[in-house]
Design a binder for this molecule. Sequence first.
Ligand code: SAM
Length: 220
Amino acid sequence: MDDDTSEQAFAELQSRNLGGWGLAQIGFGTGLAIYAMWVGILQPGFRKVPLKLQVPYIPASKAQVDNVMTLLKGRNGGLVDLGSGDGRIVLEASRRGFSPAVGYELNPWLICLSRFHAWRADRHEKVSFRREDLWKVDLTECKNITVFLAPSVLLVVTECLLDELPDDALVVAGRFPFPDWAPCRVEGCGVDRAWAYNMQAQRRLGVSYIPLPCVITLIA
Ligand SMILES: C[S@@+](CC[C@H](N)C(=O)[O-])C[C@H]1O[C@@H](n2cnc3c(N)ncnc32)[C@H](O)[C@@H]1O
């Protein structure tokens, strides 16, 4: 195609009126591509999980990871991230000495990505990522647990954690707090905030309280 012809074709394309049918086709194609990405990449493995318990992949920000790690300071032993996404919390926990550091994740693509990140960070022998439904994980031996899940799901997870975790376990929630629990510490602000919960205290305290730093942030 010489220059004149290509310029002509480009001008024709620019001047062409798409019309209603053309716009509908573009809309349908875009919708289909988004749906395919959702089903094929973001949601595989979730077919057996009821819709109201499905949580989309939204990775923790750098500030969120830092806040979670601050709340875990002074703790040791193993750590479990329920719904580990691309593995960033598990990797950081492993860097800070938690061992074993384990992530449970249903999405196979995210498990692959987590393993790739672990391999790139030369930590593949120190962490593990398991493709398992978090509702089926045995938590009876877990001492440090991190969760970054939707509020509706946290309500249900509460029951599992209360049933299974030992008294000396610490649960750290990112982005959303547990609706009915009383945090022992809160770190960060806004969407980056993280909450720590002492299991023994949850079992002893029937009533929730809001710690002072949190009240100040809420008022401000
Ligand atoms: C909001 S993301 C958090 C990812 C990671 N924890 C982080 O902070 O970066 C929630 C993750 O939980 C996973 N997830 C949701 N329901 C799950 C289930 N029933 N079992 C295992 N993983 C699940 C999702 O695939 C998603 O990657």
